[in-house]
Design a protein around this ligand. Structure first.
Ligand code: ZN
Length: 393
């Protein structure tokens, strides 16, 4: 079992893109020998692994992932990235992983176009620990899926899945101090209740249409708003960040804080000006010391989209590739293995050895290094290889 799981995991660590690509490397005698020599396991054929991944309960790999991440948290690996030296920033977001023209399984979500064409698809809701340095580490994943017995009209959705995802985070990380980062779908009483019950902080995007009475209250109190300005300059631009906050704003019997950041960027070369506005609701009471870190942490939410989903779709992991065309169970297991591999690779790509290699010359990219590593594993002789692991900074 260890060989089958590790072999499937390495399909993603090697960024093989498909089971076919992996099998073709596996046919090389040198590759099989080198993998055995370096990592201590035989490479299984992917058909063998696939049979197992169709049967294995997806909870097993989710628990393995949580166990690995818990180990990193216990070693204080993410300690310096905590919000206000206290809680871990956990971004929540959903992404599509597969679309089909035919019904793929009983759990597919469906969408009917105006012309009556039905599309079948799968979505997953993720909770990822994010850092200002660009790490996006999967804590828990919840598939948004239809229950075969349920009413066709009432499909599962992101908000319902969040309730289950929050329960998973609590189950696997019961004592972890958490600060939830969510987009404009998340300012609602269900989310506020869950955060209150679990003793979690939150910084959630407030869109203009969200929580009307809360925003009206903010409008009435605008004259009393507290402000803080920050200026940042570099060779090409000058940035002004105007932070504003209000505490004790009532919403449905509870009191929250309102936070806004207006960013103005002046390009010093072509003299153009651009601006953005970010508004949040938070249960972290604000003051002059906390406001900047609160608004800047709120903005880290996009890391789940960029460093999380985009990397997994476009940088070799092929999140949207159909690793299993028939089995919903296998699809979930491949998804979990991809998450674990992505965690391992993010840490490997920040290790001292890799950073030294990347600094050698500007054309040396992560994609290049992975290609060279694969070539080395395929063509070199086993006894020449020695891999000394080291922890990243
Ligand atoms: Zn399906």
């Amino acid at each position: 079992m260890a060989e089958i799981i590790t072999g499937s995991l390495f399909m993603y660590i090697f960024k093989e893109a498909s089971r076919n690509a992996y099998n073709s490397n596996r046919r090389e005698d040198g590759f099989r020998e080198n993998v055995l020599n370096c990592f201590g396991f035989n490479l299984p054929h992917t058909d063998t692994s696939d049979d197992v991944l169709r049967e294995l309960s997806p909870g097993e790999l989710e628990a393995l992932k949580a166990h690995l991440v818990s180990g990193l948290i216990e070693q204080k690996f993410f300690h310096k990235f905590r919000f206000l030296n206290q809680s871990y920033l956990v971004a929540i977001d959903a992404t599509g992983i597969a679309t089909f023209k035919h019904k793929h399984c009983d759990h597919c979500l469906t969408k009917t176009s105006k012309s009556g064409v039905v599309t079948y698809f799968h979505y997953v809701l993720e909770a990822k620990l994010v850092t200002s340095t660009g790490l996006a580490i999967s804590l828990a994943s919840e598939f948004i899926e239809n229950d075969p017995g349920r009413d066709y009209e009432k499909q599962d959705c992101e908000q319902k899945a969040f309730v289950r995802l929050a329960a998973k985070i609590k189950k696997y990380f019961p004592r972890l101090p958490v600060c939830i980062l969510g987009d404009g779908l998340y300012p609602n009483n269900t989310v506020f209740d869950i955060c209150q019950k679990n003793n979690w902080q939150f910084i959630i995007t407030l869109k203009d249409g969200n929580l009307k009475t809360f925003q009206q209250e903010v409008g009435l109190l605008k004259a009393t708003v507290k402000k803080q300005d920050v200026y940042r300059a570099n060779k090409t631009s000058r940035t002004t960040l105007e932070y504003e906050y209000l505490n004790d704003i009532e919403y449905d019997g509870r009191y929250f804080s309102w936070v806004e950041c207006r960013e103005t960027v002046i390009d010093t070369k072509d003299k153009t000006t651009s601006g953005q506005r970010f508004t949040y609701i938070t249960n972290v009471a604000q003051n002059g010391q906390k406001i900047v870190q609160t608004a800047d942490s709120g903005r880290l939410r996009w890391k789940i989209e960029n460093e999380g989903f985009n990397s997994q779709k476009n940088l070799g992991y092929e999140l949207e590739h159909k690793f299993s065309r028939v089995s919903f169970i296998a699809m979930q297991n491949y998804y979990q293995l991809l998450q674990i591999a992505h965690i391992i690779n993010q840490l490997a790509e920040r290790s001292k050895q890799v950073i030294v290699l990347l600094a050698e010359h500007s054309k040396q990219t992560i994609v290049d290094l992975w290609r060279k590593m694969m070539a080395y594993l395929i063509f070199s002789h086993a006894e020449e290889i020695s891999l000394a692991p080291s922890l990243p900074d």
